[in-house]
Design a protein around this ligand. Structure first.
Ligand SMILES: [Mg+2]
Length: 456
């Protein structure tokens, strides 16, 4: 990787020097034929070709593993991207043969070619990783930060973060931890996970069928489980929210996630019980594809409903926004379709008066993809961060980002070309997934082929 970076810098310096020489000639009144009119000449954009795709899979506390990809080109310029946290690097690798030889600057064309291979949740991870890496290349070639290439420049210079924190069965301890997030870390938006399992060991709090097996618990959509919370359960859950609000005040936005796999009526009752705590949203209360049920919840719950971290592409978001089935959306850029698709999702939602938070749980590579998108999308609210307690998280990248990247609950939008980050090879090597190596060759994926036409 260093070799590539050095090559590209050498080339850049060389071109800069020749451009300056040409300018000098013009000033001196000499006629220079075919003076290049291109905005920038960091490379020969029209001849650029993708030559390789490799992976370095990193593990960290929290959502993991995180496969970072590198797309190389024949001119030394490379791009970094990241497969969604928890997804297999195979989601990106099996697309390698579909992008080899392509011009990486035709990124929308490549995206439209490969998007058929993505899907909801982790299945979207490979397509999105490639899309991010193509933007990184485009930014480096055109010498511009990604946000500047998204069409309209940036709306903000720093990106607001939000995060949850480790739960405690003791409301006072939980509240103290939330207060530390606000006052110690400087977060200006908080989230608490509060599920029925926090109170379920107390008799009389939850009504549910006995002997639900693990498969049912993990795979059945929430409304099919037949689990409902009781008045006693709701009263106990409310104690946690009351303690947290008491500790952090009413002014700071407070969201809620992981409520448990409850029926629709229980969610509505919780939404009513939490009204006085003014929560910003209750998240993923039932699977996102139950549009009509979400609309029913939204109409009856005074607490706003949000969903989106598992949705691939804009169309399902459009259905939710058109019908006002949710009050807010939250795509995960590494599932939703990458930087441009997420930007489009934001602009689409804005037309319906729906704001957009961003779900994120990976490394600084994907984080910066989110930062550029958030900077360039007007209806953005706050970006999630799942690694605030991982001390080495920022050091995964070395140049092109401030260390630490997070400053009192905010991330500054970088002005450097592309995503604006370069990997710290030593740190990435220290945290590679067991049995994997650092961007090893992937020739086994060079010839993966199928008849990919979607329509006959
Ligand atoms: Mg969530």
């Amino acid at each position: 990787m260093k070799k590539n970076g050095e090559n590209s810098l050498d080339r850049r310096e060389m071109l800069k020097a020749s451009a300056m020489a040409l300018c000098g000639s013009l000033l001196a009144g000499e006629v220079v034929e075919a003076y290049p009119k291109a905005v920038n000449a960091n490379s020969s954009p029209s001849k650029l070709k993708i030559t390789d795709l490799r992976v370095a899979t990193l593990v960290k506390p929290g959502p993991s593993p995180c496969p970072i990809i590198r797309i190389d080109t024949d001119q030394g310029v490379y791009g970094l991207g990241e497969v969604r946290d928890g997804a297999s690097p195979t989601y990106a690798l099996f697309l390698k043969s579909r992008i080899l030889g392509e011009d990486p600057l035709k990124l929308d064309k490549i995206f439209r070619k490969i998007k058929q291979f993505g899907g909801h949740a982790r299945q979207g991870g490979g397509v999105c990783a490639i899309e991010m890496a193509l933007w990184d290349i485009a930014g480096k070639v055109y010498n511009a930060p990604v946000y500047a290439l998204l069409g309209g420049g940036k709306f903000r210079d720093k990106i607001r973060l939000y995060a949850d924190t480790t739960e405690s069965d003791d409301p006072k301890i939980y509240a103290r931890r939330m207060k530390e997030r606000k006052e110690g870390m400087g977060l200006t938006w908080l989230k608490m996970d509060l599920g029925v399992e926090m109170v379920a060991s107390t008799p009389g709090t939850v009504t549910n069928p006995t002997d639900i097996n693990q498969w049912e618990a993990n795979q059945l959509p929430h409304p099919l489980l037949g689990m409902e919370v009781t008045d006693k359960g709701i009263a106990m859950l409310e104690q946690y929210v009351a303690a947290v609000r008491d500790a952090v005040g009413m002014e700071i936005p407070l969201s809620m996630d992981h409520l448990g796999h409850l029926g629709v009526k229980s969610i509505i009752r919780l939404g009513k019980a939490y009204e006085k705590y003014n929560l910003s949203w209750m998240e993923d209360v039932i699977p996102w594809n139950y549009t009509d049920l979400l609309k029913q919840i939204s109409e009856q719950s005074p607490t706003s409903i949000l969903t989106g971290e598992d949705i691939y592409l804009k169309e399902p978001f459009q259905v939710l926004c058109e019908k006002h089935a949710v009050g807010k959306i939250q795509p995960d850029l590494a599932t939703a379709g990458g930087i441009l698709e997420t930007h489009k999702i934001g602009d689409m939602a804005e037309e319906y008066g729906v704001p957009m938070a961003l779900h994120f749980a990976g490394t600084p590579v994907c984080c910066m993809a989110n930062v550029h998108c958030a900077a360039a999308t007007q209806n953005f609210l706050a970006l999630e961060h799942h690694s605030l307690d991982v001390p080495w998280w920022s050091s995964i990248v070395q140049e092109g980002a401030k260390t630490p990247i997070v400053n009192r609950g905010w991330i500054e939008v970088p002005d450097r070309p592309g995503l604006g980050v370069t990997l710290n090879e030593d740190v990435v090597r220290q945290h590679l997934a067991p049995g994997t190596s650092y961007f090893e060759p992937t020739p086994q994926w060079d010839n993966e082929r199928s008849w990919d036409r979607l329509w006959s």
